[in-house]
Design a protein around this ligand. Sequence first.
Ligand code: UDP
Ligand code: MG
Length: 313
Amino acid sequence: MKKISIVVPCYNEEESLPIFYEEMQKIVQEMHKEAKFEFVFVNDGSKDKTLEILRDLAKKDKSVRYLSFSRNFGKEAGIYAGLKNATGDYIATMDVDLQDPPSLLIEMFHTLESEDYDCCAAKSTSRNGYSFLRKTFTKWFYKIINKLSKVEMVDGARDFRLFTRQMLDAILEMEEYNRYSKGIFSFVGFNTKWIEYENTERVAGTTKWNFWKLFIYAIDGITAFSTTPLTVSVFVGILFCLIAFIMVIVVIVKTLVFGDPVSGWPSLACIILFVSGIQLFCMGIMGLYLSKTYLETKKRPIYIVKETEKDLK
Ligand code: UDP
Ligand code: MG
């Protein structure tokens, strides 16, 4: 019988966690003839009762395992830790808020078993439960990142997927510090089938993302999977040199032929401001990549575990 590992990052999820567990038990029951389950919950430094709930679950259910971080390391670190510790033949990543309908797992499992796919992933056709601003910016983000990056990022893709151990091994080989799951999954390749569904709102609790966090996450995604912004800044530089060269010629010709000295300090000041703005912008882009390289070379751990179910007495 195949074993399915369910990797679930949790951050301050005391309200959603019990509901998630109950819902998942229904799926476990439904699939008990076909597959065994293992839950790998990752407590990402929650400040509420999430860890206590996980301890209780692990005590009464042997299929529940958990890792508890020493502090909040972020969702990507949580997913990575869970994946590293998963032992199943198939591995699923899911959010705990039930925005990813557990019933899709059955369909995903059957797809992997009977068809020639390595991964089955969920894609939401709508973004119910998110603000208008977030919806608009997300749409634009996908447009931009897909122009900039060779790795395809699917709009609406959730971090909800089921995939084979072979694909997991490929993912774990990518040991980068700046982890951007959607890019990593796309980068490793393999055959992915997309299942579309209508997104729902969280069962309980609130989203852990605010606008600023998402903005930083978007920049992380772009810098992790594209160096095009650097190339663009080179071209902007060249373009400005050309414009400057043409302007110099115009000024010389005007002075020599027409004896007309150039006037206009205000326009000069504007040009200086504009060009130095562009310069700072391009330097900022370079700085972003440099800072990412800096963090990678430090080889800091992606997460630090403080407690697991093995520590339970
Ligand atoms: N999460 C996490 N660490 C964080 C933020 C979020 O482990 O620092 C988890 C969270 O508990 C949930 C999942 O990531 O299981 C998705 O978070 P959320 O539902 O807030 O994101 P959204 O659905 O709004 O994108
Ligand atoms: Mg959510």
